[in-house]
Design a protein around this ligand. Sequence first.
Ligand SMILES: [Zn+2]
Length: 508
Amino acid sequence: MFGSVLSAVILGVDAHKVMVEADISSGLPGFSIVGCTSVQGKEVQERVRTALRSAGYFLPPKRITVNLAPAALKKTGAGFDLPVAAAVLCAAGYIPPQALKDVLVLGELGLDGKVRRVSGVLPILLLAKEMKCRACIVPAWNRQEGDYTKNMKVIGIENLSQLIAFCKEGRVPEQKIYHKEKDDKEETLDFSDIRGQALAKRGALLCAAGFHNFLMTGPPGSGKTMVARRIPGILPEMTEEEKMEVIKIQSIAGILGESGAFSGKRPFRSPHHTLTLPALTGGGRIPRPGEVTLAHRGVLFLDELAEIQRTVLEALRQPLEEKRIVISRMSGDYCFPADFLFVAAMNSCPCGGYPDMNRCSCSQAQIDRYRNRISQPVLERIDLCAEVSRVEWGELYERDDSPGESRRMKEQVECARRMQRKRYEGSLIQFNSQLTGKETKKFCRMTDGAQKLLEDSYQRLRLSVRVCHRIVKVSRTCADLEGSRLIEEKHLREALFFRGVDQGDWKA
Ligand SMILES: [Zn+2]
């Protein structure tokens, strides 16, 4: 007797169809699963056999063979337990063969027959929609991911008995709400919480308006992290398509529905500086998304930049350049999206006191060595650099008379965004920061005065061509914030001011 059930697997960020076939024939009693690694097959078999017994279904003492097709496809995760159980039940005659026709099944089984949550449900539901499936059966915990797929019937089940009841009588179990929409109004971070720091705030505004990577230097406790955390709040709203990309990644990472997960806002990731290479880029035998991918369409904030291992920092190069990361494994190359705004912070010297010479006791050599830890290619990708100083006493206790600062900043960002959208209409460019050298010439028109200033600075400061382009791009954002068509002298001056990393003692 034969039974087959449709399922799917996630590789990278894509879902792939898998057909689960079960055959029960006379012969020496046994249960074997082929089409995956033997260890995996053994695990699935043990879980399915025990879960079926717990639910009161005994398998005939016959030869049971399960095949996960296509065999060449890598199988990951434990999501095949439920489809295997369903296919076996079908082959054993417990459920009618027509019941699961064009129905996609996904879920892990506990030994007690309960259905456990799995990750990557949303991309699989979207695949099912593409394949015109009639319905999808998923773990109850994951059911709400179906809210993001329109016109797809998604049924959450909690245990094997509910699956059987559905197949036999079409009975849909009560659909529980596992995740309430998070009301995160209270925890919205606002720039008005930060005292003083006009420079860092201005940097953050430019960073958000033109999607410029941003580095803040300054003593510990000066509020660099506070500034960084508030940047996602002033970034322009995501498009529906972008939102979907973010939710899909969170589904694959298994964090959708958990606290801190998707709320319609841009992601903010701030891994600790001790993070490892696989944690940053994505890792595992079959790679899972890393921090660069979890920050896709949002902000990746790296504090204590100089303390991060060099090899880890070097790995940022590819995502910063290509907006994606490719991880090579024996089983093939896995490509993850990684288009994020890079925000970093570091002390100005090992002790954190510099440039206040009363507090800093580091030698110039120590300071240089400290700064040189950050690799050149990463520094080259940073458009804006702001020195964040300790808050002055006067600023600390000044009256808070500007609530809603983030809202005002966001309005400015949206305005700059409109200017950019109009200017780059018909091209692939979204933000000023994406301009290439050639495009900089084409799109960044400036007044004669600004042109002259740029030329002077180029000669006087011995700027490299690359740095020069970067300054022009930032000045373009300064002009966009004012709604100015041409880049004027003052815009260029501001961009020169935020150049930072190439200035004076920075040997970049
Ligand atoms: Zn120092």
